[in-house]
Design a protein around this ligand. Structure first.
Ligand SMILES: *Cc1c(COP(=O)(O)O)cnc(C)c1O
Length: 457
C-alpha cells in the first residue's frame, strides 16, 4: 500500500492506525474498538475530518494553536529557513541567526528581569531543564543541600520522568516506575471541589499556606523552589482565588526559594496578557514556555531564566552539562519568531484582553444556568464547566458514569472539540476566534450539555 497516499478511506486509515500506531495518553483496547477520528486539514478555528465533517476546535489543538490554523506566513518562513540552513546546533560555541533573534525577541516580550532563554523541544524538556538549573544554581551558591522542589497535586508539567514527577497526576506517578527524588506535592487551589464552607478568598489563603507549612516540614535550608502553573490547565482549568498568588509570592520571598511559573499554557496571550505571570504580577525566577511559543506549528520550548539565576550559572559555573540536539532548532526558532511577529502585528494579546475574553466570559458564564453545570468559570480564553449532580451541594456524579467523557464524545460528534478532565469540560480556543465563532461554540456546548443530560435521565 502506498504510505503517502492521502486518499485512503476512513476505515483504511483507522485500520492502519490501530495496527501500527501507539497514541499518547490512550487506552489502546478502547480505541481499537472505536477507531480513531482522522483529522485531515484545518483553517482558522476549524478542523475537518476524513469524512468531511467540520469541527470547531475549542481546544486549539492541545492548548497551543494560539494564532489559528492555516497561517501561510509560517509555512513560508519555515520553507525559506530550511533552504538557507535547515539545521545547525548551538553546542560547542556556535549559533545561528534564528536562535539569536528568537532569544532577543523573547527577552523583549517577557518581564524586564527575564533576559535569557535555554531552548528545548517541548514543555516537558523545559521542566527537566528547570530541575537541573535550580539544583545547579543552589550548588554554585554553596547550598548543594537545597534540592527539594515543591509542586502541587493535580499539576501538569509534562511527561518525561522528571516532568511527570513534578506534576501531580496520580496515574502518571503510578506508571512511572521510579520518580525523581526530592519532589513534594501540596494541595491545589481548587475551590469548587475542595473549598467546602470557606469563601474562595479564605480558601486561597489556606491553599497558599500549605506551601509555608511544607517548607517548614522539609526545612527551608533544603527547599530549592516552588513550581506551579499560574492557572492549572490539564488539571481542569483551575483558576486560583485572587488571594492565592500574592500569598504564594510572599512565602517564596520570605523563605528565599525560587519561584518557577510554568507558562506552557498560560504564555503567549492565553490570559489576555503576554504571560500568566504578567496577569498575576508574579516575578518568576524561571519560566518554562512551549505550546503557544510556535502556536504548535513546530515543536519548540524553552526556559526563560531570570537575571539572578542566569548571572550565577554564567559567572560562577563552568560547563552546564545539559542540552538537546535540537535546542534552538533554526527552523522551529524562525517559525516561533514569526508567530510572535504575527501576534504583535495583529495586536492579538490586547484584542483578547479588551474585546474577546470579556465577550467570551459573558457568553460562557450563561452556561451556568444549565441544570448540569455547577460552575462556568473563565479567565482570558481558558474556560471550564463543572458538571454536577446537585448544583447547591456541589455534588458530582459517580465517577463510573463518566459524565465528562460522555459529554466530550457527544461534542465531537456534533462538531465541537471540548476536552473532559474528569467531570470538568474545558476549552482553550485559538486566540483569533471571532465573536460569531464564540456564539457558535457556546451554542454547540449548550446543545451537547442537553444531549449529555438526556443520557443521564
Ligand atoms: C503541555 C504542558 C507541558 C508539557 O509540554 P510538552 O510539550 O507536551 O512536553 C508542561 N507544562 C504545562 C503547564 C503543560 O500544559
Amino acid at each position: 500500500m502506498n504510505q503517502t497516499n492521502t486518499q485512503l478511506s476512513t476505515a483504511q486509515w483507522q485500520h492502519l492506525d490501530s495496527r501500527h500506531h501507539l497514541h499518547p495518553f490512550t487506552d489502546y483496547k478502547a480505541l481499537k474498538k472505536k477507531g480513531s477520528r482522522i483529522i485531515v486539514r484545518a483553517e482558522g478555528v476549524y478542523l475537518w475530518d476524513s469524512d468531511g465533517n467540520r469541527i470547531l476546535d475549542a481546544m486549539a489543538g492541545l492548548w497551543c494553536v494560539n494564532i489559528g490554523y492555516g497561517r501561510v506566513e509560517l509555512a513560508r518562513v519555515a520553507s525559506e529557513q530550511m533552504q538557507q540552513l535547515p539545521y545547525y546546533n548551538n553546542f560547542f560555541q556556535t549559533t545561528h541567526p534564528p536562535g539569536v533573534a528568537l532569544s532577543q525577541k523573547l527577552a523583549a516580550i517577557t518581564q524586564p528581569h527575564l533576559n535569557h532563554v535555554f531552548f528545548t523541544c517541548s514543555g516537558s524538556e523545559a521542566n527537566d531543564t528547570v530541575v537541573r538549573m535550580v539544583r545547579r544554581y543552589w550548588a554554585l551558591l554553596g547550598h548543594p543541600e537545597k534540592q527539594v522542589i515543591i509542586s502541587r497535586h493535580n499539576a501538569y508539567h509534562g511527561s518525561t520522568i522528571a516532568a511527570a514527577t513534578l506534576g501531580g497526576m496520580q496515574p502518571m506517578h503510578e506508571q512511572s516506575v521510579v520518580l525523581l527524588p526530592g519532589v513534594e506535592h501540596i494541595m491545589q487551589p481548587y475551590w469548587y471541589a475542595d473549598g467546602g464552607e470557606l469563601s474562595a478568598e479564605e480558601f486561597g489563603i489556606k491553599a497558599a499556606h500549605a506551601l509555608a507549612e511544607r517548607i517548614d516540614a522539609v526545612g527551608s535550608h533544603k527547599v530549592a523552589a516552588f513550581i506551579a502553573e499560574p492557572i492549572q490547565g490539564a488539571g481542569g482549568v483551575i483558576i486560583p482565588p485572587r488571594s492565592y498568588w500574592p500569598e504564594i509570592k510572599k512565602i517564596c520571598a520570605q523563605h528565599e526559594i525560587l519561584l518557577i511559573a510554568d507558562e506552557v499554557i498560560c504564555g503567549f496571550g492565553r490570559t489576555g496578557k503576554w504571560f500568566g505571570s504578567d496577569y498575576y504580577d508574579l516575578r518568576p525566577d524561571l519560566m518554562p514556555i512551549a505550546k503557544g511559543l510556535s502556536s504548535g506549528y513546530l515543536p519548540i520550548g524553552g526556559v526563560m531564566v531570570g537575571d539572578k539565576v542566569a548571572e550565577t550559572i554564567v559567572e560562577k559555573g563552568g560547563e552546564f552539562a545539559h542540552g538537546f540536539t535540537y535546542s534552538g532548532h533554526p527552523v522551529a526558532a524562525a517559525v516561533a519568531a514569526e508567530n510572535i511577529n504575527i501576534m504583535q502585528r495583529e495586536n492579538i494579546v490586547d484584542r483578547v484582553d479588551q474585546e474577546i475574553a470579556p465577550y467570551f466570559k459573558g457568553k460562557w458564564s450563561q452556561l451556568a444556568d444549565h441544570p448540569l453545570v455547577g460552575e462556568a468559570r473563565s479567565l482570558g480564553l481558558l474556560g471550564a464547566l463543572e458538571l454536577v449532580k446537585d448544583k447547591t451541594s456541589r455534588e458530582f456524579y459517580p465517577a463510573q458514569l463518566e459524565v465528562g467523557n460522555r459529554c466530550r464524545d457527544i461534542c465531537i460528534d456534533n462538531g465541537l472539540v471540548m476536552r473532559a478532565v474528569g467531570d470538568k469540560m474545558v476549552v482553550s480556543p485559538p486566540l483569533i476566534i471571532s465573536k460569531e465563532q464564540i456564539d457558535e461554540l457556546v451554542e454547540l456546548a449548550a446543545k451537547c450539555l442537553d444531549l449529555t443530560q438526556q443520557t443521564l435521565a
